[in-house]
Design a protein around this ligand. Structure first.
Ligand code: NAD
Length: 381
């Protein structure tokens, strides 16, 4: 089959879905690989880099779409991109089907099979295709780099001839994939790191990374930080109060706060309130990784870096992975080629879209003129 990557059209999106190295793997599966001219530019891959990897470069989006059986993208397709596709073609990209019903109906009406990389089940077997995790890992790392770049002091403590410098105090709120990457990066820069999550089972993981788990004065932490399939559920009002009380105590002491708290299918919980920002020292930095879902900090503005009246820098960028486009494309390209490996079981260039396979079924949102979202629960953990 022929698989090709379109150049991303969303403003500021620098990633690409196929890299020269992932192309080589796709070819080993028996596929021919294509890219739209300039598709890899933002991530540092020239058209010649692709040609040298045996990839055919097509001049326009329309030519690319016509030439291939499978269109690969990073962002969900625009209406025009989808309309350019034909019956029987497959699209692989982030799709967010829960928020993009009209797009899903369009794909169904066109007879396009749509694979949502954000719907790959989070089971062990599918970890290598888990694009949500690979991008969250990058976002977590980059959040600390942005914080350090905006913080006018060292992260690590130092004793120098010119004076003693204490380590920066960093609080990470939410210890999922992104939060754990933030914790790892901040500790490796020498900061004194504190972390909190409603799922108490992550305490051990946080502590093993050299950070301190923030415990609440609340007896029912285990119950109220209830999990649903490993994800957080909304907290009770009493638990939330205990959490905010603890954060109010910590706010004046923290130099950097990185918030990553999310609850699937909901707006981000507001956990860092205006009065907490006001209690922080001038020059402190907040990086809100939940900005796209409304933000964990009350003052966050999505896609902006703002400075509060008391001099606290609040960063609400929503494109952290794209800010590391080379790395992100490499990992996303790998996620896609692993998915293609499952779609090509005989490695003969023939796609078998096996809807009895948990992973393929879970990620497929339209197939054979039908909407196949939401999928049934995966059978294997
Ligand atoms: P996420 O992005 O949905 O949420 C980020 C974190 O915010 C979570 O740890 C959540 O507990 C936390 N949170 C929610 N409300 C909070 C609050 N009020 N205060 C503090 N923290 C709050 O999470 P994620 O990174 O997608 O990971 C979620 C789960 O999925 C974890 O259990 C993770 O281990 C699991 N996971 C499994 C796989 C796999 O098996 N393949 C892959 C990735 C993640």
């Amino acid at each position: 089959m022929k698989i090709g990557a379109l150049k991303e059209t969303q403003d500021g999106e620098a990633r690409v879905a196929v890299t020269p190295s992932s192309a080589a793997h796709l070819q080993k599966l028996g596929h021919e690989v294509y890219v739209q001219a300039g598709a890899g530019e933002g991530a540092g891959f020239s058209d010649d880099d692709y040609r040298n990897a045996g990839v055919t470069v097509e001049g326009s989006a329309a030519d690319l779409t016509k030439a291939v059986d499978v269109v690969a993208k990073v962002r969900p397709p625009s209406d025009a991109e989808l309309d350019g596709m034909d019956e029987g073609q497959t699209l692989i990209s982030f799709f967010y089907p829960g928020q993009n019903e009209a797009l899903m109906e369009r794909a169904r009406d066109k007879g396009v099979t749509a694979v949502a990389m954000d719907m790959v089940p989070r089971i062990s077997r599918a970890q290598k295709m888990d694009a949500l995790s690979s991008m969250a890992n990058i976002a977590g790392y980059r959040s600390v780099i942005e914080a350090a770049n905006n913080f006018g002091r060292f992260f690590t403590g130092q004793v120098t001839a010119a004076g003693k410098v204490p380590p920066a105090k960093v609080l990470v709120v939410g210890a999922g994939v992104a939060g754990l990457a933030s914790i790892g990066t901040a500790t490796s820069l020498g900061a004194q790191v504190y972390a909190f999550d409603v799922r108490p089972e992550v305490a051990e993981q946080i502590e093993s990374m050299g950070a301190e788990f923030v415990y609440l004065d609340f007896e029912e932490q285990t119950k109220d930080g209830a999990e649903t399939g490993g994800y957080a559920a909304p907290s009770s009002p009493e638990f939330r109060e205990a959490q905010l009380k603890k954060f109010r105590e910590l706010a004046p002491q923290m130099d950097v706060v990185i918030t990553t708290a999310l609850i699937p299918g909901r707006d981000a919980p507001v956990l860092w309130t205006k009065d907490m920002v006001e209690a922080m020292k001038p020059g402190s930095v907040i990086v809100d990784l939940a900005a796209e879902k409304g933000g964990n900090c009350e003052l966050t503005q999505a896609d902006k870096r703002i400075v509060s009246d008391n001099g606290v820098i609040i960063i609400g960028y929503t494109d952290f992975a794209s800010r590391m486009s080379a790395q992100a494309s490499e990992l996303y390209g790998n996620n896609i080629r692993h998915f293609m490996t499952d779609l090509t079981p005989k490695k003969d260039g023939v796609i078998d879209h096996n809807m009895d396979d948990d992973v393929i079924r879970g990620a497929t949102v339209t197939h054979d003129h039908e909407i196949t979202y939401p999928p049934p629960k995966p059978k294997i953990a």
